[in-house]
Design a protein around this ligand. Structure first.
Ligand SMILES: [Mg+2]
Length: 392
């Protein structure tokens, strides 16, 4: 079965209220964007994938760096196509949505959900609510009560206040409020920020050590990204010096970087993402490296509903994935904000778990009306640019 057409579309959806994520200090997002990729075969089967917002660089990557080299190739030849995607990732933006779409096709053709093709370890996982914003403690507590009401039993808080002592005090207050009725993780987001107007100094080793020890006292499940991404020696030193699990790895690129961070024992928990880091199937190799080092692999999923859905198949296929990251932080980041391009937004169940779709492929259905409404630019391999024509 051959790849005959590739379409990539930038979607831009207005958020119900603006979002101020901790990973872009000083920025306010009024919309959320993603790059939808649709691949069609000579037998008329279509698969979908989606990458994070990378603007026109996303379209350029698919149109100029990927499509010319994979059109006509065998859909099942993932290991032949992956090296092409790696080159595109190096010279362009994130091309991993292509691999998602190919597995969606393979699942549809074989009439199996993707996670079942890879070992089907579990179909239901505990979900944790992954917040985005740093807000005053009173408001944070109010939001946590809402999330508990929805069924969440675990929540990941963001730390990125100007003073680490303030971060520690807020987590102390939240633990005092909820006791052991809520499991907590914390994400310091010190490894990476998006371009932003505010100065973004990262924690020092001793800042990170102080926070890690305080979080251990508070029985926090893990501390995520406490140090800059490529300070590998310092990260490994911190992980060795603390007893709280240190998590990270969401935006590393390439299998070789994961081998290095696993070999160096940089993190206790590995968090690669099928939308940002490598292809969804290639990440099974990273998960296997983690498994052989007795480390959990818990994918990062903060992109969009399709990226999250692809990561859910990966997570469900693995023996070493004890949690699933569920990005949600109302009022700005709701199930609809994340999944506006899908007919059925993901929901967790009342017991705080999430179940992977048992439909063939990724099991996701595109909301065609939403796609039409929120398209800002489309490129298709058998046509010219559509939408903002010739502006590209
Ligand atoms: Mg993170």
């Amino acid at each position: 079965m051959k790849i005959t057409n590739i379409k990539s579309t930038i979607l831009d959806y207005p958020l119900p209220v603006p979002l101020k994520p901790s990973w872009a200090p000083g920025r306010t997002f009024k919309t959320t964007s993603c790059l939808l990729v649709e691949i069609t075969t000579d037998e008329g089967v279509t698969g979908i994938g989606a990458g994070p917002d990378s603007g026109r660089a996303g379209i350029y990557t698919i149109a100029d760096l990927v499509a010319p080299y994979i059109l006509g190739k065998d859909v099942f030849g993932i290991e032949q196509i992956s090296p092409i995607l790696r080159v595109a990732a190096k010279d362009g933006s994130y091309p991993w949505s292509v691999e998602m779409a190919l597995w969606d096709i393979i699942g549809k053709v074989t009439n199996q959900p993707v996670y079942r093709l890879w070992g089907a370890f579990q179909d239901t996982l505990p979900a944790y609510a992954s917040l985005a914003e740093v807000v005053p403690v009173e408001e944070q507590i109010e939001r946590l009560y809402q999330l508990k009401e929805m069924g969440f039993r675990a929540v990941k808080l963001r730390l990125r206040r100007p003073d680490i002592n303030e971060d520690i005090r807020v987590v102390q207050q939240i633990r005092a409020e909820f006791g052991d009725s809520l499991q907590l993780m914390v994400d310091a987001n010190q490894a990476h920020v998006m371009p932003c107007p505010e100065p973004v100094g990262a924690w020092t080793f001793h800042d990170a050590l102080k926070v890690a020890n305080a979080m251990q006292e508070l029985d926090i499940l893990w501390l995520e990204e406490p140090l800059p991404r490529y300070g590998l020696d310092q990260i490994a030193r911190l992980t060795a010096a603390t007893n709280i699990p240190i998590a990270g790895g969401e935006l590393h690129k390439g299998l070789h970087e994961y081998k290095q961070i696993i070999d160096m024992n940089c993190y206790d928990i590995i968090q690669a993402d099928a939308a940002f880091s490598e292809g969804i199937f290639q990440l099974r190799k990273v998960a296997a490296m983690a498994e052989l080092s007795y480390k959990p692999f818990i994918p990062h999923t903060w992109s969009n509903g399709i990226g999250m859905g692809a990561n859910l198949h990966l997570a469900a296929s693995l023996p070493n994935c004890p949690w699933f990251e569920f990005p949600i932080d109302p009022p700005a980041w709701t199930n609809e904000s994340r999944d506006f391009m899908l007919n059925e937004p993901f929901q967790i169940k009342k017991d705080g778990t999430i179940t992977v779709s048992d439909k063939p492929g990724l099991g996701l259905e595109i909301n065609e009306d939403a796609v039409q409404k929120y398209t800002t630019l489309t490129w298709q391999s058998d046509k010219l640019y559509i939408g903002s024509n010739n502006e590209f």
